[in-house]
Design a protein around this ligand. Structure first.
Ligand code: FES
Ligand code: MG
Length: 585
């Protein structure tokens, strides 16, 4: 036994594969040796799994093989042995019907890969939206030492001499084309300029939000959220993360020491301060569920309430992730919050062994326009609006920093679309019975109804309303919306209409009341009438929907939880640990 073994917090998992001289140890080592691994690499070194979501079909993560090489250098330098392995890669831009549909599939892949292999700890290489929650969910269900390395955002987009932001500019320009403000040629020209380097969306979309959540939760080293993908400091961070994960094995620092209830409270507060994506509400719930941490929708108001949005980034504000890094990045934001006594749990432990506050208390802040001061916020209260009422008994979500303040208290008549296809078919119909005061309502876009709850909740406005110069209307659905999108958009209505939620009962012309101040979403129809309308629905419809699918899709529809519960599968909730399974032969 080396002195290193005796100082180690507990025996290595990997020793149960490589540490014996019997037939099993022979087999496990021998096949690994075909990669050219010398004897000494099997002598009790921590084996670090590098869980890679590299894929050319996930363009945001296409640089991850290079990122993995830098993690490996760090692992080797610290005396560990790195093994890189692929997992299902959820690319937001290409995957249909939505990358959310396969988030749980990826998490299952990650969980079983970690538990079944000779791995003592993992580095999670994540980037594009769903890859971050998927890998954290899988790792949380195993609870081994874990560190997150995000791929980093793309450089600022450029078009006609101006900065343009991923996704956000697509929503803006497509409405401008519809309203006749710009030509189709100009629209197409923006395409190449928007995505001009490796990396994730450069707005505060879901990818940047989840990278920020990983940092605020304490699961990454400081500055993980904002260093651009192509900045050499991103690769230094990968190297340092590789070094640190080896130490975490020696210390026995499992993920559960970091992912505590306190850490989630910090993340909720930080989400408000950065103007983060509504998708974080679903993903944090799912990650917390895997770790056995209680987290409710009401925590978003209870913990987040009154937190100003300090980060002036698109889609809520002006700047982009590159600017955010140069302004000081997430440590600057957390310092501002902490100095104002607004970090709920400054003592929360982070993966580098220091508390969150120790990491950020001296963080430099270089630009007060990008990271604003508390007395000059982008939005005075950036906490998520959690809505309830007879239209959403189990809750709905609205992002105030992306909404029009005047519309956050609104009463209007419903213009109802039965599903996304119905919406697309009729939204630009000149005969559509709609005014700027109407409320657009869309059904059947929730987890079961759309198979994955697509990002279609920010329905584009009717052409005839856009032509009047109107830029925002209240929209309500059981869908999600892209973190790069904006508007007065009520999302995640639960239960969803395909699960028999009251959203299914809304009819054209019904009056609806939205009041974000009191958190109320009310359909002005009596309980009896709602029940009668729901009873008219064909009760066999749901079972027919499931039976006709087969494959993963059938599993998904049968077992997915509603939005307020994180859209995980019911049987995946919880931590199952990393006990070494039986031998394979
Ligand atoms: Fe991958 Fe936005 S599409 S991060
Ligand atoms: Mg997105």
């Amino acid at each position: 036994m080396s002195s290193r073994d005796s100082s180690r917090a507990r025996p290595l998992r990997s020793a149960e594969w490589f540490g014996t001289t019997d037939k099993n140890g022979f087999m496990y080592r021998s096949w690994m040796r075909n990669q050219g691994i010398p004897d000494h690499e099997f002598q009790g070194k921590p084996i670090i799994g590098i869980c890679n979501t590299w894929s050319e079909l996930t363009p945001c993560n296409h640089h991850f093989r290079k990122l993995a090489e830098h993690v490996k250098k760090g692992v080797l330098e610290a005396g560990g042995y790195p093994v890189e392995f692929p997992v299902f890669s959820n690319g937001e831009s290409n995957l249909r019907p939505t990358a959310m549909f396969t988030r749980n599939l990826a998490s299952m892949d990650v969980e079983e890969a970690i538990r079944g292999n000779p791995i003592d700890a993992v580095v999670l290489l994540v980037g594009c939206d769903k890859t971050t929650p998927a890998l954290l969910m899988g790792a949380a269900s195993c609870d081994v030492p874990t560190i997150v390395v995000s791929g980093g955002p793309m450089l600022n987009g450029k078009h006609q001499g101006k900065d343009i932001g991923s996704g956000t500019v697509v929503w803006q320009l497509s409405e401008d084309v519809k309203a006749g403000k710009i030509s189709l040629h100009d629209f197409m020209a923006a395409e190449a300029g928007m995505s001009r380097s490796a990396g994730t969306c450069n707005t505060m979309g879901t990818a940047s939000t989840m990278a920020s959540m990983a940092e605020a939760l304490g699961t990454s080293l400081p500055h993980n959220a904002a260093i651009p993908a192509v900045d050499s400091r991103r690769y230094v961070l990968a190297h340092l993360s590789g070094m640190r994960i080896v130490e975490m094995v020696e210390e026995g620092m499992d993920l559960s020491k970091v992912l505590t209830r306190e850490a989630f409270e910090n993340a909720i507060r930080v989400n408000a301060a950065i103007g983060g994506s509504t998708n974080a509400v679903i993903h944090l719930k799912a990650i917390a569920g895997r770790m056995g941490v209680e987290l409710d929708l009401e925590d978003w108001t209870r913990v987040g309430h009154g937190t100003p949005t300090l980060v002036d980034l698109q889609p809520s504000g002006r700047f982009l992730m590159e600017d955010f890094y140069y302004a000081g990045g997430l440590p600057a934001v957390m310092r501002r919050l902490g100095e104002a006594g607004r970090l709920p749990n400054p003592d929360a432990l982070t993966v580098n062994g220091q508390s969150l506050w120790e990491n950020v208390r001296e963080a430099p802040i270089y630009n007060d326009e990008v990271v604003r001061t508390l007395d000059n916020p982008l939005c005075a209260d950036g906490s998520m609006s959690i809505l309830r009422g007879n239209l959403a008994p189990n809750g709905a979500v609205l992002k105030p920093s992306a909404a029009t303040p005047a519309l956050m208290t609104h009463r209007g008549q419903a213009v109802v679309f039965e599903d996304f296809d119905d919406y697309k078919a009729r939204i630009d119909d000149p005969e559509l019975d709609v005014t700027a005061d109407s409320i657009l309502v869309m059904k059947n876009c929730g987890p079961r109804g759309y198979h994955g709850m697509a990002e279609v909740g920010n329905m584009g406005l009717p052409s005839k309303i856009l032509a009047q110069g109107v830029t925002d209307m209240v929209r309500i659905s059981d869908a999600r919306m892209s973190g790069t999108a904006y508007g007065t958009v009520v999302l995640h209505v639960a239960p969803e209409s395909a699960a028999g939620g009251p959203l299914a009962a809304v009819r054209h012309g019904d009056w609806i009341e939205l009041d974000c101040q009191s958190g109320r979403l009310h359909l002005e129809v009596s309980d009896e009438e709602i029940a009668a309308r729901l009873a008219e629905r064909d009760p066999t419809e749901a079972s027919r929907l499931i039976a006709s699918q087969g494959g993963y899709r059938q599993l998904y529809i049968e077992r997915v939880l509603q939005a307020d519960e994180g859209c995980d599968f019911d049987f995946l909730v919880g931590c199952r640990g990393a006990k070494v399974p039986r031998h394979s032969h």
